[in-house]
Design a protein around this ligand. Structure first.
Ligand code: SF4
Length: 781
C-alpha cells in the first residue's frame, strides 16, 4: 500500500507560506519569519531552485509538505561556521554531494584532475571536497551530535552497498558506514524522504525502517516475520577458488570448494562478523517477496574474492524491479547493512505535482551574476520523464532512477514551457531540449503492469526489443507538435540521447524529429561497432544503426534538409580487445569520421560494466558460466584504445604503427586511402588536438599554420551532451566545414558526444550551415 506523495497532513509550519527561494542565511530566515529550519539540506552543488537539480527539487517537495527547509551549499569542510550558518534543524540534516558523484565530478577517466565544475559559480573547481558525502557528514556529526543525518543523492545512491571504487582501486564499504550517517536514501527519493520527515516530525524513530522503500540502514534487529535466503539461491556462482590460507600446504590450497563452503571459510577469516542462522529449508520462490531478505556475500568476502563481487553485483541488479525486488542484507565488519527494495515509481499526477511546485527556476540570488554552466545548459530545457529501460551496463541511470519510465502529462510539460517563456530572463524562443535520460522513452513501457511486476530482465531492448514493450511514439509526437505551437516559442530541440533502435520502429516519429527538432546534427550512441564489447554493454549491433541512418538520411532528404548523424563511441570498455578498437578505427576511417576528443570508459560505482572491469567476470550471465571479460586497465592499453579512435591524430601515429605491427596488420600502414596511418611522421605538423579536430585532407589551424593539405579553418561551437547520470553538461566540439577533395567517399556525417541533437547558439536555422559539410568531426566520450 503506497501513500500518494502529497496525501500526508501538512506539517504545522506550512502556515509560514512558500519561500521565494529557500533560505541560505539567517537573514533570509528572519525575513521569512522563521526562528529555525525544520530540515537543512547540505549540498555539494551551488543551490539552484530548479527541478533539474536534486536539492532544488527535494527542497520544494519538503516545503510542500509544510516543512521549513534551509540550504547550505558548498560549505567549507574546514570551517564549522559554514555548517552552523542556519543553526540546528528541528528534525534532521540531509546531505548530498550534488548532482554528480564528487569523484566523477573531480577526476577524468584517466584519474586526472578536472579544472572546472559545471555546478559551481563561474565553474570554480575547488568548492567541494572529494567524497563529499563522507566529509560533510563528519563535520555535521562533530557540530551536532544529537541531530539525525540522512544522506542521499547520486553519490550515496550508487555507493549504498560495498562497491568497487575506481579512484582508490579498492572495494569500499557502503558509504552509510563510512560516513557514519543515520540513514541512506537512494534513487529518486521523494517518497522516502517525505515519509521519513513526517515520521521524525511525529516523534517516531527512524531506526529499522523496514517498511520504507529506497533506504539503507543498520538494523538493530531483524524482524521475526522476515525470511532470510542466501544470495546463492538467486544466482549460483558455481565452483570458486578457495581463499589462500597462510597455514595451508600448497596442495591443500589448490582445493576448490562450493559456495556454501566458501562462505564458511570466509566466516572463519572474518570472525568478527555476525553469523546468519538458517533455521529451516525454504524454497525462495514460495516466500512472500516483501518479507524476504537476501543475504549477500559480506564486505570481506567481496573484497577477497572477485567472483563473489561479480555475483553480488548480479544479484543486486536482479533485485531492481520495484515489482519483485527483495530486501538485501550485507555484513560489514560485524555490522549488518540492510537495503530495502527500490521506491515505487511516481504516477503521472505525482510527477506533475513535483514539477509544478513553485520553483523560481534560478540560482540563489547570492550568486549574483556568476555563471553556473549546468544551469545555463538546462535553463531552457524541460525534463519530460525519468528512468530508462535500456540497461546499458556502463550507465548508472537504471540503478538510480529505475527501469520504469515515469512520465509527466502533456499539460504539465506545456505549462513548464510557458513558464520558461514568461519567467526566464533572455529567453529567445528556443527550447534547448525536450527530453530526459532518453529522448524517446516518453510514455513507453511494458504492455502489462502484471508482466512488468514479475519481470526480471535487465533491459527491455536487449538483445532485441521485448515483444511486451509498447513502442508507441504517438504521445511524444503529439507533445512535440503542441510544444512548437506555443506562442513565443520559435524552435524546440531534442538534445537528449535518442534510443535509435526504438526510433526505427516509428518512421513517423523520425520524420517529426528530423523535420522540426534536429539542429543540423543528431548525435546517437552506437558506442562500438564490434559485437564483443557491444554484448558487454547490452547495446544493439550496427545493423540497427545502419537502419536508422538510412531512415534518417532519407527522411532528411524528403523534408529538404541536409542533416548529419554523429555517432558516439567508447574506448576501453570492458570486453574490448585491441582488435575491436582496430576494427572500429577502420570503420571510422571508411566512413569518414574523425573524433575531436576521446574519453575512455570510466568505471562508476556499482555499474555492471564496472563489476566486469574490476573482476574480469560477466554479471550479465549466471556466474557459473565463467564468462571472463578482458579490460584495458593499464595506461598503455587505454592510451592505445583511445588512439585508435583518433587514428587521424599525428601524435598517435607512432603508437598505432607499433601496435599494428605487433598485431600483424602492417597492411594498414601506408599513404593510401585504405591505410589507417601513414608510413612516416610528417615534419612540422600542427597538432590537431590544439584545434580540437582534423579533417581528411588537412587544413590550416586557427593560428594560420598549414596542415599537410589544408585549406580552411573552423569555428568552435558549444554542444550539449549528457554525463553518465543523464545530466546536461557543456562540451566543446567543432563545426562542420567544407572539405575540398579526397574525403572518404561515402561520408556526409557529423559526430559528437552521446546521442542528442545540437541546439543552436542563435535563432538561425543551423541546417544552412550544416549543408556545407561533407565530413564531420566528432566528440567521443
Ligand atoms: S516483459 Fe519485456 S517490456 Fe515488460 S518489463 Fe520485462 S523486458 Fe520490459
Amino acid at each position: 500500500m503506497i501513500n500518494p506523495l502529497f496525501s500526508h497532513k501538512k506539517y504545522w509550519a506550512h502556515r509560514f507560506g512558500i519561500a521565494p527561494t529557500l533560505p541560505m542565511s539567517r537573514e533570509e530566515m528572519d525575513a521569512l519569519g522563521w526562528d529555525s529550519c525544520d530540515i537543512i539540506l547540505i549540498n555539494g552543488d551551488a543551490y539552484i531552485d530548479h527541478p533539474s537539480f536534486g536539492v532544488g527539487l527535494i527542497g520544494r517537495v519538503l516545503e510542500a509538505q509544510g516543512f521549513r527547509v534551509g540550504v547550505i551549499a558548498q560549505p567549507d569542510i574546514n570551517n564549522d561556521a559554514d555548517f552552523q550558518a542556519l543553526g540546528k534543524p528541528n528534525l534532521y540534516f540531509a546531505i548530498s554531494a550534488g548532482n554528480m558523484d564528487s569523484m566523477i565530478n573531480h577526476y577524468t577517466s584517466d584519474k586526472k584532475k578536472r579544472h572546472n565544475d559545471a555546478y559551481t559559480p563561474n565553474d570554480a573547481y575547488d568548492k567541494r571536497p572529494d567524497r563529499a558525502v563522507i566529509k560533510y557528514t563528519n563535520v555535521v556529526k562533530k557540530c551536532y551530535k544529537d541531530v539525525p543525518v540522512i544522506i542521499g543523492g547520486i553519490e550515496a545512491s550508487l555507493r549504498r552497498l560495498a562497491h568497487y571504487d575506481y579512484w582508490s582501486d579498492k572495494i569500499r564499504r557502503s558509504v552509510l558506514l563510512d560516513a557514519k550517517a543515520d540513514l541512506l536514501v537512494y534513487g529518486s527519493a521523494e517518497r522516502a524522504i517525505v515519509e521519513i520527515s513526517h515520521r521524525i516530525a511525529n516523534g517516531q524513530s527512524i531506526k529499522d525502517l523496514f517498511d520504507v522503500r529506497g533506504v539503507a540502514f543498520v538494523p538493530t534487529k531483524i524482524p521475526d516475520d522476515f525470511a532470510i535466503i542466501d544470495s546463492s539461491d538467486v544466482d549460483k556462482p558455481g565452483t570458486i577458488s578457495k581463499l589462500p590460507n597462510p597455514y595451508d600446504t600448497p596442495e591443500a590450497a589448490d582445493c576448490e570448494v562450493k559456495m556454501g563452503e566458501q562462505d564458511a571459510s570466509l566466516s572463519d577469516a572474518a570472525s568478527t562478523e555476525i553469523p546468519v542462522l538458517f533455521s529451516k529449508k525454504i524454497k525462495p520462490n514460495q516466500l512472500n517477496r516483501h518479507k524476504t531478505v537476501i543475504n549477500l556475500p559480506s564486505y570481506t568476502a567481496v573484497v577477497n574474492n572477485p567472483i563473489l563481487y561479480a555475483h553480488t553485483n548480479r544479484v543486486f541488479h536482479l533485485e531492481t524491479n520495484p515489482g519483485n525486488a527483495r530486501h538485501l542484507m550485507q555484513q560489514h565488519d560485524g555490522r549488518r547493512l540492510w537495503v530495502t527494495p527500490p521506491p515505487i515509481p511516481l504516477s503521472t499526477p505525482e510527477m506533475d505535482a513535483v514539477f509544478g511546485l513553485p520553483y523560481s527556476r534560478r540560482p540563489h540570488p547570492t550568486y549574483g551574476d556568476a555563471k553556473i554552466s549546468a544551469y545555463e545548459m538546462i535553463k531552457n530545457s524541460v525534463m519530460i520523464m525519468r528512468g530508462c529501460f535500456g540497461g546499458c551496463t556502463f550507465c548508472s541511470i537504471t540503478e538510480h532512477e529505475g527501469r520504469i519510465i515515469q512520465s509527466r502529462s502533456e499539460e504539465s510539460i506545456l505549462e513548464e514551457i510557458e513558464n520558461i517563456r514568461d519567467k526566464t530572463p533572455g529567453f529567445a524562443g528556443i527550447i534547448s531540449d525536450l527530453g530526459g535520460p532518453t529522448a524517446n522513452m516518453y510514455r513507453l513501457g511494458c504492455k502489462s503492469r502484471e508482466i512488468e511486476k514479475n519481470c526480471r530482465k535487465l533491459s527491455c531492448v536487449y538483445p532485441g526489443i521485448c515483444s511486451n514493450l509498447d513502442t508507441n511514439h504517438q504521445p511524444l509526437i503529439a507533445l512535440y507538435r503542441k510544444a512548437r505551437q506555443i506562442k513565443g516559442v520559435k524552435r524546440v530541440f531534442v538534445a537528449s540521447g535518442l534510443r535509435y533502435d526504438l526510433a526505427v520502429e516509428s518512421p513517423e516519429y523520425v520524420r517529426e524529429l528530423v523535420e522540426h527538432h534536429v539542429g543540423g546534427y543528431l548525435k546517437i550512441a552506437p558506442e562500438h561497432t564490434e559485437r564483443g564489447p557491444l554484448d558487454k554493454m547490452m547495446k544493439p549491433g550496427m545493423g540497427t544503426y545502419d537502419r536508422f541512418k538510412k531512415l534518417f538520411e532519407e527522411t532528411s532528404k524528403s523534408v529538404g534538409k541536409e542533416q548529419y548523424l554523429i555517432p558516439y563511441f567508447i574506448a576501453a570498455h570492458p570486453g574490448t580487445r585491441d582488435e575491436d578498437m582496430l576494427n572500429l578505427a577502420v570503420w571510422l576511417k571508411s566512413n569518414g569520421f574523425r573524433a575531436d576528443q576521446v574519453q575512455a570508459f570510466l568505471p562508476s560505482p556499482m555499474s555492471i560494466a564496472t563489476a566486469m572491469w574490476h573482476t574480469g567476470f560477466n554479471p550479465l550471465k549466471g556466474l557459473r558460466h565463467k564468462d571472463e571479460v578482458v579490460s584495458a586497465k593499464d595506461a598503455h592499453t587505454r592510451k592505445l584504445h583511445k588512439a585508435f579512435l583518433r587514428y587521424h591524430d599525428p601524435d598517435n601515429w607512432p603508437l598505432l604503427r607499433d601496435a599494428l605491427k605487433a598485431m600483424g596488420r602492417e597492411d594498414l600502414i601506408g599513404n593510401g586511402k585504405k591505410h589507417l596511418v601513414p608510413t612516416h611522421q610528417p615534419k612540422n605538423i600542427d597538432k590537431p588536438s590544439a584545434m580540437n579536430s582534423t579533417d581528411a585532407n588537412g587544413t590550416k589551424n586557427r593560428n594560420g599554420a598549414k596542415n599537410p593539405k589544408g585549406q580552411k579553418h573552423r569555428a568552435v561551437k558549444k554542444f550539449t551532451t549528457k554525463n553518465v547520470f543523464g545530466e546536461s553538461v557543456a562540451t566543446d566540439t567543432v563545426k562542420s566545414r567544407t572539405i575540398k577533395s579526397g574525403a572518404s567517399p561515402k561520408t556526409s556525417s557529423k559526430a559528437s558526444s552521446k546521442a542528442s541533437s545540437k541546439p543552436p547558439a542563435t535563432n538561425k536555422t543551423p541546417s544552412a550551415k550544416a549543408s556545407r559539410a561533407k565530413h564531420r568531426v566528432q566528440k567521443v566520450r
